[in-house]
Design a binder for this molecule. Sequence first.
Ligand code: ZN
Length: 295
Amino acid sequence: MAKKKSAGPELRRSCGAMAAHMMLLEQYPSFRANQMRLEGATSKRREEKFDAKEVPIVTIRTIVNVVYKTAEQNISDAQIATQIKALTADYRASNADRSKVPAPWKGLVADARMQFELVKVTRTQTSVASFTHDDKVKKASTGGIAPITPKTHLNLWVCALSGGLLGYAQFPGGPVATDGVVINYQAFGTTGTAKVPFNKGRTATHEVGHYFNLRHIWGDTPDCSGSDNVADTPNCAGPNFGAPKFPVITCGNGPNGDMFVNYMDYSDDAAMFMMTTQQVVRMRTALETTRKGLM
Ligand SMILES: [Zn+2]
């Protein structure tokens, strides 16, 4: 793929989940304890050879909070519907582009057996030009709106985000008042204001992955030392951007290399198609323990 020659910044994925996470861990010591407990529960399931194929299909009741300054940012119900549809396709592994997964990983493609149902849309006009990963969009006093029943409903906020940020999410076990996922209105759904290369709804797929405790596949370190605590995603050095060509080898992970087609990498929407069995084990543990109110 040809690189853009324009003087502007290259459009590449940027997620604020880890930055938001580090800030919240400092503020809420109980969040750290909850995360450690969940990590323990996840390890136990892995050791018990938990079969993710046998779990019930769960419908996640979803609320979308649109926070807009301009009319363009007040996205349509039709656009919201495309996002819910894309999320369900990705979390049921029924996305049409899964056929593009490179052959060595086809057997690892997993169905999380989660589907998403839109139950409410709120619309809030704000004077804030753009938000960042500091949760101001989640409070009325700072120009946003509080989540609605976040223990039983997934809350998605759609708003303008600054600095090229596409979205961020709160990991399981954090403060209820800020629980949910924030998505840039230019990376939400598949129509309307959704902009290439983030117009296949995968920013939400990625952020909802964090919401269910998935980490970035490179482990958020600038070298090979980090891990996503998932055994069937190869160890890799850092994020992949754009639409890489198979294979991309780092960290001695040849011949197949980095799993850049995974939703938890930084590839473009049209270049990510899958989650793995062990990622599903991790998400289902979060759903069935820390997030069991959603069920
Ligand atoms: Zn992320």
